[in-house]
Design a protein around this ligand. Structure first.
Ligand code: SAH
Ligand code: SF4
Length: 427
């Protein structure tokens, strides 16, 4: 099985992407940007004068209507449809496993063309439906409480594999519009009308829709796969396609400081930061990337994050680990740090989800309540995240595939190697 293994230490250096040619010589359309699609159509022999218009038509069918068969693209001439079918595929990731929890949470294990697997979870709530999307197969960062970090195989997902998760969820939820769509404004809605994403599009609205929000909180570190995540979210936000507003998308990072400003400027979605600890000692232990980019550097990058304000606050994720990061002093220090950097912030307290072989226990419920209370009294909202989909292991950090796991000893060895690299790089 050909696996693109990411070596132990990877710096977040953006690498130009190449459109992926499949084994059958066809090009996968899902994941191409509009410009790339136009170019690909020209290469396939569509006259240059027509290519842009054809790209818009294909874009509409693929992303707005969820069509996978070129023959159903009614407003495209039959000859052109034949050319398209010869050179391209639309496609979806293969579903290796699908599960539904008693609370309505759904989980899909996806298998990609090279046999690698990643997970995607849909969490329905009364007022929204959130899709938790993966950015990588596995993760190189080995946060000590996270199951994904123990997966042996690691590779970046392609833009198509990331967008594919959203499209597959729409398929499963039966959410492609059937009516005709009117042309709509571009997604670049820089005005402050928070409801603009609910405006009617064609003869349907997003009201009553199940999939309303996306969080990049599945497997992997999205800012270690910057270009692909940017391309994928660009497609997801395009108003003539999937049409989700940037206000309804959140990217979670463990703290890849050098990429945060670019994420704000070039992607522009909401930011969540996996803080999890307020002292160097504890964060170094549980979120090892802290040895490279420390807490102060991280919070300064948050303060500079473009687009963060009181209406669009930064979410600080904080996993509650018994006797590790859950004391009253920790809570007070959290408030102090957020105030020190004047951050428009909310804190999301996540009860730790233990997994077989994990080193930690979840804090007791009254400890979590007390922690939350202290942060609240410091003027910062600090809700406790309600566990969802426990019966199908759909919780954060429990996302796993059939991939082999690495032993703790091997993980520690890799961490030490990586950290040695960080020290060298910093010197
Ligand atoms: N790699 C990114 C996004 C994916 S993880 C990041 O680290 O931010 C999504 C969230 O789940 C992160 O805050 C992560 O720290 C948290 N998480 C991971 N494992 C967990 C576990 N076992 N219990 C609770 N939260 C966990
Ligand atoms: Fe990777 Fe996030 Fe898990 Fe850390 S918490 S190992 S960054 S997926």
């Amino acid at each position: 099985m050909p696996v693109m293994q990411i070596p132990g230490f990877i710096d977040p250096v953006p690498v130009p992407r190449v459109a992926s040619l499949r084994a059958d010589g066809k090009t996968a359309i899902v994941g191409l940007t509009r410009t790339e699609l136009t170019e690909a159509l020209t290469t396939a022999g569509i006259p240059a004068k027509q290519a842009k218009m054809r790209a818009s038509q294909v874009w509409h069918w693929v992303y707005h209507r969820g069509v996978v068969d070129f023959d159903l693209m009614a407003n495209i001439a039959r000859d052109t449809r034949t050319v398209l079918a010869e050179h391209f595929v639309v496609g979806r990731p293969e579903i290796a496993q699908a599960q539904v929890s008693t609370d309505g949470t759904r989980k899909w294990l996806l298998r990609f063309d090279d046999g690698n697997e990643a997970e995607c979870v849909f969490i329905p709530d009364a007022d929204r439906g959130t899709l938790c999307v993966s950015a990588q197969v596995g993760c190189t960062l080995n946060c000590r409480f996270c199951f994904t970090g123990t997966m042996k195989l690691v590779r970046n997902l392609t833009p198509g594999e990331i967008v594919g998760q959203v499209m597959l969820a729409r398929d499963a939820l039966g959410e492609w519009p059937t009516g005709a769509a009117k042309p709509v404004a571009r997604a670049d809605d820089d005005d402050d009308d928070a409801d603009d994403d609910d405006a009617p599009r064609g003869n349907y609205t997003s009201e009553g829709r199940m999939l309303t929000n996306i969080v990049m909180m599945g497997m992997g570190e999205p800012l270690y796969n910057f270009e692909a995540v940017k391309a994928a979210l660009g497609i997801v936000m395009d108003a003539t396609g999937l049409g989700l507003s940037k206000r309804r998308i959140t990217l979670s990072t463990s703290g890849v400081v050098p990429m945060m400003a670019r994420a704000g400027e070039e992607i522009g979605v909401n930011l969540a930061v996996s803080l999890h600890a307020v002292t160097k000692e504890v964060r170094d232990e549980i979120v090892p990337i802290n040895k490279r980019y420390g807490i102060d550097e991280l919070l300064a990058a948050c303060a500079a994050y473009p687009g963060a304000n009181n209406a669009r606050r930064i979410t600080f994720e904080y996993v509650m680990l018994k006797d590790k990061n859950d004391s009253d002093d920790d809570a007070r220090e959290l408030v102090r740090l957020i105030r020190k950097y004047r951050l428009p912030a909310k804190v999301n307290l996540i009860p730790f989800n233990p997994w077989p072989g994990s080193d930690y226990l979840c804090s007791d419920p009254d400890r979590i309540a007390r922690f939350s209370d202290i942060v609240f009294r410091g003027g910062i909202s600090a809700p406790v995240r309600r566990p969802r989909g426990r019966d199908i292991m759909a919780a954060c950090g429990q996302l796993k595939s059939a991939s082999e796991k690495i032993s703790r000893a091997e993980l520690d060895r890799r961490s030490a190697e990586k950290e040695a690299g960080w020290v060298d790089a910093a010197a």
